[in-house]
Design a protein around this ligand. Structure first.
Ligand code: ATP
Length: 607
């Protein structure tokens, strides 16, 4: 027996993927600059390179006004070729370094967005089933797409440009100080006041940005909901109402967009007017000083050029703050989803066998009670007990049928066997081991599960078949299809390449069910869970599937039965009612002893 590394206490398993600090902090409130810097830490090298390139570009730009000043003051009817050559060289060098900086920043922004997307995608796919079932899926998708695109901006035009502009300001201040202290004082005071105002207004853009991005996610949800149920919507003649719902959400985006736009416009107008006013003031005061002979025309020209260099950060800050709100809103949404804990698992390396792979593939439920969680993030369990004190054995190599009225808790039982949820009380055991001590991956590899509505993923028939058996050959796929009587007509190889449509909507309900059964057979797992898999089948195909299930000897089969014919042949039958096991036995025993079973059987078990 190979012992997997397991934890001592099943109640406190280790986390499979602990969330990094920024993600954990997200639950506590909106993200701040500290979170951004933490997320940007891996890009330090690229950001430093961009900063150096930007600073070099600034230095070359800052030398230009000096050359212009000397050209203006030394003007004698013409400009010397060496001066023109120097100016052109400085211009080209400044352009080359600016371009290199932009390229590094833009590419880093794309990389940052990709890494964030990758993290979110990986995390989304590990979220507990309960969380995914309670959240709007389109909203989750928009966090991978729209929100991460917004985040790119933080990286590409935000941080590094702000840092580079500090260099521009410092260089300009030094050069301006060499020209005229009084004019410098006027410029510095105005710009500092302007920056303070921009930062104050800018702080208000974050909540507006969050509202906008959240409204965007809700809109995506409304449109997806409609597109995903188009037949139902058309058949119930509710297109107009659904359109109204989606347009209502678009209207909410518009309102949130207006609020964000108002702040953006305020910031940018304020920045533009401040610069304009400062320029006029400097020209007026400067002209007076030229007239008084304390300043040359060339120095005034140079001063104005430095002023423009120094004022650029104001425009930049305005632009960044105008968009930063949305970027922070997006960051909040990305961190919020990453803060949700993924499925917890024991610390078992992937591929490690179960504690005792030779033990019979039997399940046992020991006094299991269960309530579904109620919050959006799998927090506390709700009030309604769905299973109560269930103690049953699902024996290895046998077929066990689970029957009961609709809502009795049959599918929930399967969800606990698959560890989609943990029991609220009691324990589930597999191969004589508490499933909480087993790796989820390894446990699930032991089980082939055909769900109630036989979900099929968009892609080809083959894509669907090999989900649980990635190495299956074409012959094995065709063989599995033949066993479930597919395809109805035509060549099996061609059928393998057929697209099934989103959710398998290009297939009939029965074809979907049989494809799902073929997938389970191909996976060749020791346990087969079948949830009402014959509900959509005609009697011929139902018989084929029934014979097939009967012929896959050696496996432990648990079947939620819809038809009496399936149940009669089972080795054991469990009758569930309102979450309790009300009887167990063979068909004959239950017909004698269980009124509910007799009633169900009388109705052909159709709940
Ligand atoms: N994901 C879920 N979250 C919350 N409640 C759920 C969820 N799934 C099922 N329930 C509730 O749990 C109860 C049992 O549902 P379950 O699907 O297990 O019954 P069932 O016996 O399989 O019913 P049916 O024969 O109609 O499929 C029902 O009241 C149902 O509303």
């Amino acid at each position: 027996m190979t012992a997997a590394r397991v934890i001592d206490e099943p109640q406190t398993p280790t986390e499979s993927q602990p969330a990094p600090p920024a993600e954990r902090r997200a639950a506590e409130g909106p993200p701040g600059m500290g979170d951004v810097l933490r997320l940007l830490r891996p890009y330090r090298g690229r950001m430093t390179l961009a900063f150096v390139l930007g600073s070099a570009s600034t230095v070359f730009a800052a030398l230009q006004p000096r050359v212009v000043a000397s050209a203006v003051d030394g003007f004698d009817g013409g400009i010397r070729p060496v001066t023109i050559g120097l100016l052109v060289t400085l211009l080209i060098l400044s352009a080359v370094f600016t371009n290199a900086q932009q390229l590094v920043m833009e590419r880093s922004g794309e990389l940052f967005a990709f890494h964030t997307r990758e993290r979110v995608i990986r995390h989304l796919f590990t979220l507990p089933i309960g969380v995914l079932e309670r959240r709007e899926r389109a909203d989750l998708v928009s966090r991978v797409t729209t929100d991460t695109s917004q985040l790119r901006m933080v990286m590409s035009s935000g941080i590094v440009e702000l840092a580079t502009s500090v260099v521009a300001v410092l260089v300009s201040v030094v050069m301006m100080a060499l020209i005229d202290w009084a004019l410098l004082a006027l410029a510095v005071v105005t710009i500092v006041v302007a920056l303070v105002v921009i930062v104050v207004i800018g702080r208000r853009t974050a909540p507006a940005g969050l509202r906008l991005q959240t409204a965007m996610g809700t809109l995506a949800g409304a449109v997806t909901r409609g597109l995903g149920s188009m037949r139902t919507i058309r058949a119930t003649v509710s297109t107009d109402r659904e359109v109204d719902v989606a347009v209502g959400e678009a209207d909410a985006v518009l309102k949130a967009g207006y609020a964000a736009a108002t702040l953006r416009a305020a910031i940018q107008t304020f920045a533009a007017v401040t610069i304009q006013a400062l320029l006029l003031a400097i020209i007026a005061v400067g002209a007076m000083r030229v007239a008084a002979g304390t300043l040359t025309v060339g120095d005034l020209s140079a001063f104005i050029m430095y002023l423009m260099l120094m004022a650029a950060p104001i425009t930049l800050c305005a632009g960044i703050f105008a968009q930063l709100g949305e970027a922070f809103g997006s960051l909040h949404r990305v961190l919020e989803v990453q803060a949700i804990e993924g499925e917890r698992d024991v610390d078992v390396p992937p591929g490690m066998p179960l504690p005792d792979a030779s033990a019979p593939a039997a399940f046992e439920l020991v006094d299991v009670s269960f309530r579904y969680p109620q919050g959006p993030d799998d927090e506390a369990p709700g009030d309604d007990w769905v299973l109560r004190g269930v103690s049953i054995q699902l024996r290895a190599g046998e077929t066990t049928a689970v029957v009961g009225p609709s809502g009795a808790g049959k599918s929930t039982l399967f969800a606990l066997l698959e560890r989609f949820y943990e029991p609220t009380q009691g324990s589930v055991r597999f191969r004589d081991e508490d499933v909480r001590r087993l790796s989820r991956v390894e446990l699930r590899r032991q089980i082939a599960y055909v769900e109630q509505d036989a979900p099929v993923l968009s892609g080809t028939v083959r894509d669907n078949l090999v989900l649980g058996a990635p190495g299956a050959s074409t012959d094995q796929c065709i063989d599995a299809l033949r066993q479930v009587n597919l395809p109805r007509a035509g060549d099996a190889a061609a059928f393998l390449a057929c697209q099934v449509g989103e959710g398998g909507e290009l297939l009939s309900g029965g074809e979907r069910q049989r494809l799902a059964i073929a997938r389970a057979l191909l996976a060749d797992s020791p346990v087969l869970l079948l949830d009402e898999v014959t509900s959509n089948l005609d009697s011929n195909n139902e018989r084929i599937v029934r014979d097939l299930v009967a012929s896959v000897g050696g496996r432990s089969i648990v079947v939620i039965a819809h038809r009496l014919s399936t149940v009669v042949a089972a080795d054991a039958i469990i009758v569930l009612d309102q979450g309790r096991v009300v009887a167990q036995g063979t068909h004959r025993e239950l017909m004698d002893s269980c009124p509910l079973y007799r009633e169900l059987a009388g109705n052909q078990l159709l709940a």
